[in-house]
Design a protein around this ligand. Structure first.
Ligand SMILES: [Zn+2]
Length: 212
């Protein structure tokens, strides 16, 4: 059992990022040990008045898939009109079993007032719950959270160094307090020239004032 962090209040929202079958062991873009956080997240969600879930939701042939780029392999990095993009294995295709939520997190999904689907535009990926990867197209989440009086977002889910981190950074950019409860996340940790994508994400998260 993961130790319970500070008590949430009515201005806090729990944002559960991409708790989907394709991101768990056995899935098409599995994050190591990703399934281990699902039942704890379901328990955690009972303590929040506001719960939001994001769902990666790509059309077949999405531009973030390596299979859409001749001569490229998953985890290659390519230049897109909006900047660098990591190419992924096909994953979370709309309506597929892999795009479903992990069964162990079902109680949290049932409790969620808002499910944000992202990555549905064919030509742009969306790691963040707030903005697509062009950093200008909004998902609508910031407006929703402001409308219901949320001031602080608590992020959990998958993957820590991509969709969780980008969501927390954008929460700060939108003027929310942002926390990541790291025991409820798991990372991809792709190697980079120096360190991994976890190190790169954490440098940005600390600079942006995201708390842990
Ligand atoms: Zn995706």
């Amino acid at each position: 059992m993961i130790a319970a962090p500070a008590t949430p209040n009515s201005a806090d929202a729990l944002v559960i990022v991409d708790p989907q079958i394709d991101f768990c062991p056995g899935g098409r873009l599995a994050v190591a040990d990703g399934d281990a956080v699902m039942a704890p997240i379901a328990e955690l969600a009972t303590r929040f008045a506001h719960v939001v879930v994001t769902q990666d939701w790509h059309p077949a042939g999405h531009s973030s898939f390596a299979s859409s780029h001749a001569g490229h392999q998953p985890f290659d990095i390519v230049a897109m009109p909006y900047g660098e993009q990591v190419l992924w294995p096909d994953h979370c295709i709309q309506g597929s079993a892999g795009a479903d939520f992990h069964p162990a997190v079902a109680a949290a999904v049932a409790r969620a007032q808002m499910i944000v689907r992202k990555g549905h535009h064919p030509d742009v990926d969306s790691y963040s719950a707030f903005f697509e990867n062009d950093k200008t197209t909004r998902t609508g989440l910031a407006g929703y959270l402001r409308d219901i009086g949320v001031q602080r977002c608590v992020f959990v889910g998958l993957a820590y160094d991509f969709c969780v981190a980008w969501s927390a950074l954008d929460a700060r950019r939108e003027g929310f307090e942002a926390m990541i409860w790291t025991p409820y996340t798991r990372a991809i940790a792709m190697p980079l020239a120096h360190g991994t994508t976890v190190d790169a994400a954490e440098a940005q998260l600390h600079a942006a004032g995201v708390r842990f």
